[in-house]
Design a protein around this ligand. Structure first.
Ligand code: BV8
Length: 245
């Protein structure tokens, strides 16, 4: 069945939104675009740092080959994020945690803006740019908003790496399993600002749909997931999500 394509909130979605008790929200870089955070796919395989494409600079191979250039890339991104604030999409999703019995927020973003908007228990399935992890003992350390990031592990003295999931790395223990469990239980699933290309994250809405959930995609563009959706809200998340309240 073809999805309903709308730039206003269709009645069916508004009715289900009013009645739902268990809701899952999956977000990607697009939810932070209106805060000024650059998205990824727009650049395809274009170089993002020192002539290196995103999925090369963000890979385990790169950490093993040249950790310092990987840190340069993440230091640059933290620098960009320092002055940026959550937008109306982050704020709206944060308010939903009071509205539904079970609101599960799963993000692919490492920017921490959902937390900054007041969302609790965010499942950051690709990690956080505000944490570093020891390459050998795995100890994790917060990276301060201002000031120096820790260079070496306070526990064993080995080098630290960004505590994010790099390509061909498995996701944080339990994070995907919990997200998949919640996806299988939800009645309503929102997919907001993701190109739905990176797996296993992109499998979550498929799991939700397979278990009978109503699927709503919020994106100015179509994605490989669009045909599976019940409704496509075509536009910007910061403009469309607040209209649901
Ligand atoms: C793994 C952290 C086990 C770091 C990231 C199955 C099929 C094919 C490939 C694979 C597969 N399974 C595994 C793979 C390999 C790989 C993968 O998926 N590759 C892709 C490229 C095909 N997956 C992995 O490697 C994963 N690990 O599977 O481990 C394993 C191990 C070995 C071998 C096999 C399996 C780990 C993936 C995680 C990598 N880390 N991030 C960092 O951020 O620096 S991924 C990173 O890229 C993001 O977290 C995010 O997931 C992705 C970017 O996608 P989006 O967030 O969606 O952003 P994008 O720019 O693409 O799109 C933005 C969208 O927003 C657009 O649609 C746009 O239209 C829209 N938009 C713009 N403005 C707005 C908007 N929407 C709403 N409002 C707006 N205002």
């Amino acid at each position: 069945m073809q999805p309903v394509v709308a730039s206003q909130i269709p009645g069916e979605l508004r009715r289900l939104f009013g009645a739902a008790r268990r809701v899952l929200v999956l977000t990607g870089a697009g939810v932070s675009a209106e805060s000024g955070v650059p998205t990824f796919r727009g650049g395809g395989d274009a170089a993002v740092w020192k002539g290196l494409p995103f999925d090369v600079i963000t890979s385990l191979t790169m950490v093993e080959r040249d950790l310092s250039v990987v840190w340069e890339w993440f230091d640059y991104r933290r620098g960009v994020l320092e002055s940026l604030k959550p937008n109306a999409a982050h704020d709206t999703i944060a308010r939903w945690q009071e509205r539904f019995d079970q609101l599960t927020l799963v993000t692919q973003n490492v920017d921490g803006l959902h937390h900054a908007a007041g969302s609790r228990d965010v499942i950051e399935i690709h990690g956080s740019i505000w944490h570093a992890r020891c390459i050998s003992c795995g100890s994790r350390f917060e990276i301060p908003r201002q000031g120096q990031r820790p260079e070496t592990c306070f526990a064993c003295g080995d080098r630290l790496r960004p505590d994010v999931v790099l390509f061909s790395e498995i996701l944080p223990a339990g994070a995907f399993e919990l997200a998949a469990q919640r996806a299988s239980e939800c009645e309503l699933c929102f997919v907001v600002g993701t190109s739905a290309i990176v797996y296993p994250a992109a499998a979550l809405p498929e799991i939700a749909k397979a278990n009978g959930a109503y699927l709503c995609e919020v994106n100015p563009e179509r994605t490989p997931l669009s045909d599976l959706c019940d409704v496509l809200l075509t536009g910007k998340a910061g403009e469309l999500l607040p209209r649901l309240n």
